[in-house]
Design a protein around this ligand. Structure first.
Ligand SMILES: [Zn+2]
Length: 76
C-alpha cells in the first residue's frame, strides 16, 4: 500500500542506505527509476525518495544519484 507517511514510501523501492557515493562517500543515494512514471513514482520523486531517469534506459544508465553531490553511479 502506497502512503505518503514517512519512510513507508520507501518500501516500494530498494532501500539504498548502505550504498555509498563513489565521489563523496555519502550514503543513501536516490534510486533512479526508468520507464513511464506511475503516479506513485511521481509522488515519490516529489518527496525526494527517488529520481526519475526518463523512459529510455541504456547500458550506461546509472542506478543511483547522490543526494549530496548529484553524482550518478551504479548499474541498473
Ligand atoms: Zn556524492
Amino acid at each position: 500500500m502506497f502512503t505518503l507517511a514517512g519512510r513507508t514510501t520507501l518500501t516500494l523501492f530498494d532501500n539504498p542506505e548502505d550504498i555509498a557515493c563513489p565521489s563523496c562517500t555519502a550514503t543513501n543515494p536516490l534510486e533512479i527509476l526508468y520507464g513511464l512514471p506511475s503516479n506513485e513514482m511521481q509522488i515519490a520523486e516529489f518527496e525526494g525518495s527517488i529520481a526519475l531517469g526518463g523512459c529510455v534506459i541504456g547500458d550506461d544508465s546509472p542506478a543511483y544519484r547522490c543526494r549530496e553531490c548529484s553524482h550518478e553511479f551504479g548499474e541498473v
